[in-house]
Design a binder for this molecule. Structure first.
Ligand code: FPP
Ligand code: MG
Length: 342
C-alpha cells in the first residue's frame, strides 16, 4: 500500500465517525499524525537497515490504527495533552502489530494490510523474531508510562497470548464451543482494545470510575470488533480486507459464522456442516463451496445479531461516562464497527 493510501485508511475512520465536535476531530487527527511519526521512528531505532525494513514492514503498510485512536479518545476524559498519551497510543499499536506478525505465521497468511505478509516475505523465523522485537520495543517504550498502568499492560499482554493459546488448544468438550469462542476473542482481541482505551484515560489522569467504564466499553467493543472480523472474513473480498478472504476456513479455525453452523443454526446446512467439520481446513473447490454456502447461511445473520448485542452493551456502558464530544465519538465508533466492510 502506498503511503498516501495508508494515511487515507487511518484518517478515514476519524472522518467516518462524523464527530459533531470539529475541534476534537482536528485534535485527534493531529495526534494520530504524531503517533504515526513515533511509530515509524520506533521501527528505525535499529542500526541495520535490513532489520528496520522487517520490523517496519506492516507499520509502513498502514493499518486502521483503531487502537491508537481509542487511546487518544480515552485520554479525552482527562488531560488529553498529558505527557505520554501519544506514547501510550504507540504502545497499543506496537503490541497489536507484534501479534499480527505471530498470527500470520500461525495462519500461513500471505497478505496483511494490503501487502505481502512478513512471513511470506522473510519466512516464519524472521516473522516471529521481528514480532518479538516489536513487543520488546513496546515494553521499553512503556517504561516511560505511568506506573499505575503497569499491571494493566502486563495483564492484557498475557491475555493476548493466552487467547491465541486457547484458540490453538480448542474447547475441552464440543458443547463448550460457543463459550470457548467468547473466551478466545475476549482474550485475543478485546483485551488489547480495552487496554488501549484505559491506557489513554489513566495516562491522562482521568478518575478511576471513568477508566474502569472505558475498559468495560472497550471489552464489549472489542468483542464486537472480533465478531465483525469473523463476519467480514466470509463476506468481504480480499481487496477490501487487505488480507485473504475465507482465511478462517482455509486454516480450519471456526470463526463465529462457522461455529454457529456447527452448533446447528440453519437446519438445512448439512453439506456445509460436513465441510466445516474437517479440522485441517479447506482448499480449492471445497473452500470456495464452503465460503459460498456460509455467505448465504442463516448463521451470518445470527453472528451479526450477536455483534449488535455486544455493541448495545458497549453503548449502555457509555451512559455512565461524562457526556461530551469524546463520549459521542465512542458512540459513533460502535456504528463504525457495526457497519465496517474492511
Ligand atoms: C488476529 O486474529 C490476531 C489477534 C487478534 C491476536 C493474535 C495473538 C497472538 C498471535 C499471540 C501473540 C501475541 C504477541 C503480542 C506476540 P484473527 O486471526 O482472528 O484475525 P485476522 O483475520 O486479522 O488474521
Ligand atoms: Mg489471522
Amino acid at each position: 500500500m502506498s503511503a498516501p493510501a495508508a494515511t487515507e485508511r487511518r484518517r478515514s475512520i476519524v472522518t467516518r465517525l462524523t464527530l459533531r465536535d470539529k475541534a476534537l476531530e482536528r485534535r485527534v487527527l493531529r495526534r494520530l499524525d504524531q503517533v504515526e511519526i513515533r511509530l515509524l521512528e520506533c521501527t528505525r531505532e535499529v542500526d541495520d537497515p535490513r532489520l528496520a525494513t522487517v520490523v517496519g514492514h506492516l507499520i509502513a503498510a498502514g493499518g486502521k490504527r483503531v487502537r491508537p485512536l481509542l487511546t487518544l479518545l480515552g485520554a479525552e476524559f482527562g488531560d488529553a495533552w498529558a505527557e505520554g498519551v501519544v506514547e501510550a497510543a504507540v504502545f497499543s499499536e506496537l503490541v497489536h502489530t507484534a501479534s499480527l506478525h505471530h498470527d500470520d505465521v500461525m495462519d500461513e497468511a500471505l497478505v496483511r494490510h494490503g501487502v505481502t505478509s512478513v512471513n511470506a516475505c522473510w519466512g516464519n523465523r524472521v516473522a516471529v523474531r521481528s514480532g518479538n522485537w516489536l513487543l520488546a520495543k513496546a515494553a521499553r517504550l512503556s517504561a516511560g508510562l505511568t506506573g499505575e498502568s503497569a499491571p494493566l499492560r502486563a495483564e492484557a499482554s498475557q491475555r493476548l497470548v493466552q487467547g491465541q493459546l486457547r484458540e490453538l488448544v480448542g474447547p475441552a468438550l464440543p458443547e463448550d464451543r460457543l463459550p470457548h469462542y467468547f473466551d478466545v476473542i475476549s482474550d485475543k482481541s478485546a483485551s488489547l482494545i480495552s487496554l488501549s482505551l484505559r491506557l489513554g484515560a489513566v495516562q491522562a489522569g482521568a478518575p478511576a470510575q471513568v477508566s474502569d467504564a472505558l475498559a468495560e466499553y472497550g471489552e464489549q467493543l472489542g468483542m464486537a470488533f472480533q465478531i465483525s472480523d469473523d463476519v467480514l472474513d466470509v463476506a468481504s473480498p480480499s481487496a477490501d480486507l487487505g488480507k485473504e478472504q475465507g482465511k478462517d476456513l482455509a486454516v480450519g479455525v471456526a470463526g463465529l459464522p462457522a461455529l454457529l453452523v456447527l452448533e446447528g443454526v440453519g437446519a438445512e446446512d448439512d453439506e456445509l456442516r460436513a465441510l466445516l467439520s474437517e479440522p485441517a481446513g479447506l482448499r480449492g473447490g471445497r473452500h470456495a463451496r464452503a465460503l459460498a454456502l456460509l455467505q448465504r447461511s442463516e448463521a451470518m445473520g445470527r453472528a451479526r445479531a450477536l455483534m449488535d448485542e455486544r455493541l448495545a452493551r458497549a453503548r449502555a456502558v457509555l451512559t455512565s461516562l461524562p457526556p461530551g464530544p469524546a463520549r459521542q465519538a465512542l458512540d459513533a465508533l460502535c456504528d463504525f464497527v457495526g457497519t465496517r466492510t474492511a
